[in-house]
Design a protein around this ligand. Sequence first.
Ligand code: GLA
Length: 421
Amino acid sequence: MNLVTNHHLGTVILFKCEKQQLKRLSARKGKIALLTTEPPDKHDRLLAGAFLFERRRREVKKCLLVGMVLTLFISLAGVTGCVEARPPAEEAAPAEEETVCIDTSLRSLAQVHNMQVGAAVQAGLLATNPRYAETLRCEFSMLVPENAMKFEHVHPGRDRYDFSTADAIVDFAEANGMQVRGHTLVWHSQLPDWLTEGNWTRDELIKILQEHIMTVVGHYQGRIVAWDVVNEAVDDGGSLRDTFWLQGIGEDYIKLAFCWAHEADPEALLFYNDYGGEGLEPKSDTIYELIQSLLDEGVPIHGVGLQMHLSLDSYPKAQDVATNLNRLSVLGLEAHITEMDVRIQQPVTEEKLNEQAYVYRDILQVCLSAQNCKAFVLWGVTDRYSWIPLFFPGYQAALIFDENCDPKPAYYALTDVLAGH
Ligand code: GLA
């Protein structure tokens, strides 16, 4: 108990310390703005950004150190004041140490905006890597199983379901007051061989998909805030993607999937999720028209997921994303940024990391300004376990925590936006 209370006191000191430094930092930012009479070009922005992010990083580090030393000192000395004295060692319960989460974490800053910040997670790492688990617990308020709810994992045999891995993620989320996005019910990828190699009639496939959706959504009824019901049904040219499901069932598979998911959990928000349709491009027009026609038919669909897998080589204009979010809002739809990462071509330089920070910052700013954008989810936590190097050889460093789980400029850019700097 005392350990917790003492940590608390140290944390309070730490928070105060950080807030003062944040104030000083914003004052400096103000000066930079005053000195710049011309609108800064990209290079100036990057230089100023490098300066600010580096200062902020050093200050937060210094602050953390001060807080930790004080916490340790207070704990060791058994300082009382508002806190109880520490009981003799033999009476102390075996303490399970938990990292104290800072007041300026993404999670606590986002709470003020009524927005969820999330990350895709791997259950294996949750169980074996304490730093990974603690980063999730402190920094994020929403989790998405990176793979554990996909068809091949959760439904490995015609009559066999395996929820063990996905359950571990949902349990962790609930134990830490986090929401869960379910990902994903109908996709053309990561399907099990028993399914893709079978010779099914249309009716059989309809039955299989219905049973799959009813079972998986039913298993988590009341525990998943939003489901990615259909993933990536539109191809890069802006037509319906020619998938296993389209070939086997026809285009009705989309509306059927939403109807079954709604039947299995009427409270869950149901999303269409895709990449490459974030801004204003042919693909986002197709997605918009598809969803609009589903809504006209009365299909229960509540939101659109903008995956946001970006690259420093090409990313959508923030203004276009804002316009897209707005037209979805006019349809009465929620939007989530569902899988954001920003890959960098090697070599990764400080300048590229700062430019990456600006991309993250702009997208979060757009989401924050849109009244229907309620969640900002990253596709992973640390660069160490990101899918990027494997799928995009020559690219890396796409996330906001580095290989050691230390925050990158992009992390500070996000906390700055949420703190209103
Ligand atoms: C897509 C899927 C995700 C994931 C990523 C890459 O965006 O929706 O589930 O597989 O690709 O890892």
